[in-house]
Design a protein around this ligand. Structure first.
Ligand SMILES: Cc1cc2nc3c(=O)[nH]c(=O)nc-3n(C[C@H](O)[C@H](O)[C@H](O)COP(=O)(O)O)c2cc1C
Length: 339
């Protein structure tokens, strides 16, 4: 049996972009029993999804759609072209469970954990806008296309300009066929302003409000990284709740990377986001913590006068989608209270 094509970590981002699977595999995908929805907003065939990452373009999206994935995230795009970092972009690493930021991991021959180092490359907007249209056209009923977007701040930009740049990408994505937009507020592998916006409740709220205005009722998820303190997570949840439909967590956990021979550090000594088995336990805890923060925010927003009223529980049931029925894998969507 031939295994389906996957991202080739020995090759560049450009190579993998150009050598995307030409034809989706023809497979009989068994149905996933139950009724499923994405963020309580879009009906889907199953809760199986792929976060922003290996789906670089429509051919990759349609390849995974044919394999039975139903929530498909188009890798992060920008308002202007950006090249990828040099290889390695995805480096297998050896480590025990990572419980917080700033550890050190070691390069491995192969592993189920990896250091991620792309720098969020993007094709020109006219390229990705056309391509999103192709991805959407190729999906079946019950499959949802999420497009991940990020701002590309220039020196001296205000936070309003950063938010506007997010909003332009989000609007283009929605116009091109995205059924949901994910604004990436956390990228541990870039050193510029877009790296850890989620740590500011004020910036997160402004971006969520500006993007919401740009995309109307299209579902909006915000992708975040690890919160060191629950109070900060609560402040962010409060700031974005009126505008966002979901949180997507956890981007990754950062660490420095030692080469196999133990000499010095890779990536110029800078930390890289680690994903995979090493972060699963910590990310599940983070998802539970965010779930509690969301529920607490919902209760506060309902207020004593409204608690127990018939409309609140019914209204919130529309967010009881896949996320509420399953433990959340890293990268899964966590519905926010109704706005
Ligand atoms: C090949 C690859 C590329 C990625 N690119 C992006 C990206 O463009 N935008 C983003 O928000 N996250 C990106 N990520 C991070 C993933 O979306 C995810 O948050 C991370 O891998 C942690 O989840 P995991 O432990 O299931 O891998 C990428 C991950 C991988 C493996």
């Amino acid at each position: 049996m031939t295994l389906p094509q996957t991202y080739d970590i020995r090759r560049t981002y450009d190579w993998n972009y150009e050598h995307a699977p030409a034809h989706p595999p023809v497979l009989e995908v068994p149905p996933c029993p139950g009724r499923w929805d994405f963020c309580g907003l879009v009906a889907v065939n199953s809760p199986l999804g792929v976060p922003a990452g290996p789906l670089l373009n429509s051919r990759w999206i349609l390849h995974y759609a044919a394999l039975g994935y139903d929530v498909l995230t188009y890798k992060t795009v920008r308002s202007s072209r950006r090249d990828s970092y040099d290889l390695p972009n995805l480096l297998p690493v050896e480590t025990g469970a990572l419980t917080g930021e700033g550890g050190t991991v070691t390069e491995a021959e192969s592993s189920n954990s990896w250091a991620i180092s792309f720098g969020m490359p993007s094709r020109d907007p006219h390229v990705w806008r056309d391509d999103i249209g192709r991805a959407r056209k190729g999906l079946r009923q019950g499959q949802v296309l999420v497009v991940s977007v990020v701002a590309s701040p220039q020196p001296g930009w205000t936070m309003e300009q950063v938010a506007e740049d997010f909003a332009i990408c989000a609007r283009w994505a929605a116009e091109s066929g995205a059924q949901a937009v994910e604004a990436n507020l956390s990228c541990p592998n870039v050193c510029t302003q877009e790296a850890d916006l989620y740590l500011s409740a004020e910036a997160s709220g402004l971006i969520a409000a500006t993007v919401r205005q740009a995309i109307g009722r299209v579902p909006l998820a915000l992708k975040v990284g690890l919160f060191a303190r629950r109070e900060l997570a609560e402040a962010v949840v409060a700031a974005i709740s009126p505008y966002a439909d979901a949180l997507s967590t956890t981007n990754s956990i950062t660490a420095t990377v030692r080469p196999r021979d133990g000499s010095g550090l890779l990536f110029g000594g800078l930390r890289r986001g680690v994903g995979g088995a090493a972060i699963t336990t910590r990310c599940l805890e983070e998802t539970r913590m965010l779930g509690e923060a969301i529920r607490a925010s919902r209760t506060r927003r309902a207020g004593p006068a409204r608690r127990g009223s018939a409309s609140r529980p019914d209204g919130h049931r529309r967010h009881a989608g896949p996320a509420a029925r399953h433990p959340h894998p890293p990268g899964a969507m966590k519905p926010l209270p109704e706005s």
